[in-house]
Structures are given as C-alpha cells and as structure tokens.
Design a protein around this ligand. Structure first.
Ligand code: GDP
Length: 299
C-alpha cells in the first residue's frame, strides 16, 4: 500500500495542491466549481465524472464556505463509490483444472510481467501453474516468459518464433490439462499496428481453446499501462471488439501521475479491476482496493 501511495503521489499532489489552491477560505461559487471541474478533468477522471462530482458538491454547498479538507473528503467518498464495484480480486476456480487465463494488451503494457507476478502469487498459494508463451511473434517475449517460468518454477509451453500462436495455445491447454494444473496463464501478442491480423490471431486462439474446453478462457485479462492516461479508453474499445474481456489489470501505477484514469474506466466500462501493478518486481502486483486507492489519490 505504501508503494501505491508513493506511486500515486504524483497524481495525489496534482489533485491536492489544486484543491488547496481553489478552496482557501473561499465561498463555493461558479468560478471555484469551474476550476474544480477542470482540475478533475486534468487528473484524468474524465469529463463526465468531473461534471457529476462538481454538480454534486454544488448541490449541497453552493454559496457556503468550504474547506479543502471538506472537498477532499467529499471526493474521496464519491470516488470510492465509483470504483468499489470494480474492485474485485481475481478468484481462481479450483474446479477448473486448469483455470485458463488469457492475457491480452498492447505491447509494453505489462502482459508478460503480470503473468510472472501472477505465477508467483499462485505458486505461493500452493497452486501448480503453467505458462504459455503465446506471443510467438517476438523472440524477446518468449525468452522473457521462460525466465519467469524458471524464477517461479512453472513449466513454460513455447514454440519457435513465428509459429502459430493458436497451435501453441492448443498444446498448452492440452498439456496443462493432462498435468492437472490449477492455473494456465497464456501470453499473447499485442501489435496494434496490425489490428486486423491481431484480431484474427486472438480470435483463433480463443476458438482453439474452446475446442478443448468450451468454458475457457475462464478469465480474459486486458493489461493497461496507467502512464498512458486516456489511451487506456481506446485500448479497451479496441480489445473488447476482438475478444470478450472480463477483467483489467492496470500496470505502472507506481510511476504515474495519471492514477485518476482508473476512476474514469470504472465509471465507463464497469469491468472488474482484478489487480494493479506498482513496480517491476515479482511482488509488485496488488489486488485493487477501493478505499486505499481513492484515499491515496485524493491525499
Ligand atoms: P508486454 O509487452 O505487454 O508483455 O510488457 P512487459 O511485461 O514486457 O512490460 C513492459 C515493461 O514495463 C517492462 O520493462 C516491465 O518491467 C515494465 N512494467 C510492467 N509492469 C510494471 C509496473 O507495474 N510498474 C512498472 N514501473 N513497470 C512495469
């Protein structure tokens, strides 16, 4: 949590200083409300949320003197209400054998690292975990996943660079099922510059997985890099057209001044946020916790 708090300090100071600047012994007037709304938009909360929060404040306090503390408390409470429904830990279904998790997302958003972190977490819980190096396009991605496999003691199913990713996913599901694994984490490619090709590849992966296990993938996680702010919105739109996303992981919240984007995503897409990345280390993945997050955000 302190890591998150430190990490979010950039987002926090932006909001806190802004609020303190606006509400120093000042009556809540139109000008203050406008400034607040602008500040919330700049904090990546999104125009809709910013307008709604500002209107909500005006409803009870317009014309009265309000302190920065009051405004922060109000915001923290309201933001918590927005993110609470999406703060859902990733639950592994022990009856699945394996519970199949597909990770998708643009290259560089943290798919492979998140797989390593999840593998560590599940291994520490005593689960058997298999990994599939489904980004067959990039040799570095395959090599990186193998390193995570060694570090966490998980078998890695891989093929040579350029091999068919769906074929690899098929092998991985077959082998992990035969081995009675608890969890299978499948990495995928994320080259958005070839959207049509990527869509075809991801859909094919899902199709072949379903051949072996019609209920799978049980979880399809989209990784989003928090430092890219509003880009996260379009990435969700793009990927949910390709595959059925049912959870998000927000990475790099440690280095970001844009933690507020999570609130906007929660309000707009209502997708569960299963975890947040707060560093490059193997233990730097946290369940997303609504109260801690919003308190850290508002300061
Ligand atoms: P992929 O291309 O989507 O598989 O992304 P990678 O897992 O290779 O991650 C890209 C870079 O982001 C790597 O240098 C990671 O160490 C880094 N990274 C991933 N998650 C986090 C995070 O939560 N915080 C920070 N600071 N860096 C991260």
């Amino acid at each position: 949590f302190s890591r998150l708090k430190d990490g979010l300090s950039k987002s926090t100071s932006r909001l806190t200083e802004g609020i303190t600047g606006i509400f120093t012994k000042k009556k809540l007037d139109d000008e203050a409300l406008e400034e607040l709304e602008e500040l919330l938009i700049r904090a990546d909360l999104g125009p809709v949320t910013a307008a709604r929060l500002t209107a909500g404040l005006a409803k009870t306090r317009f014309g009265k003197e309000v302190s920065a503390e009051e405004v922060k408390d109000y915001l923290a409470t309201e933001l918590q209400k927005i993110v609470e429904p999406v703060a859902q830990p990733l639950v592994i279904d022990p009856s699945k054998k394996p519970h199949i998790i597909l990770l998708v997302g643009v290259n560089g958003t943290g798919k492979t690292t998140t797989i390593g972190k999840l593998a560590r977490q599940f291994r520490d819980e005593g689960k058997t975990v298999w990994l599939a190096a489904g980004d067959t396009f990039r040799a570095a991605a395959v090599a990186q996943l193998k390193v995570w496999g060694e570090r966490t003691g998980c078998p890695v199913v891989s093929r040579d660079t350029g091999a068919d990713a769906a074929g690899l996913a098929y092998d991985a599901v077959e082998q992990a099922t035969k081995a009675g694994a608890d969890v299978l984490l499948i990495d995928t490619a994320g080259r958005l510059q070839n959207k049509a090709g990527l869509m075809e590849e991801l859909r094919k992966i899902v199709r072949v997985i379903k051949k072996l296990n019609p209920e799978a993938p049980h979880t399809t996680l989209l990784t989003l890099d928090a430092t890219t702010g509003q880009n996260a919105h379009s990435q969700i739109e793009v990927f949910k057209d390709m595959v059925a996303i049912n959870g998000l992981v927000l990475t790099k919240l440690d280095g970001s001044a844009r933690g507020g984007v999570l609130v906007a995503l929660a309000e707009k897409f209502k997708l569960p946020v299963h975890a947040i990345g707060v560093g490059e280390g193997v233990y730097d993945l946290r369940p997303f916790e609504a109260r801690g997050f919003t308190r850290a955000l508002v300061g």
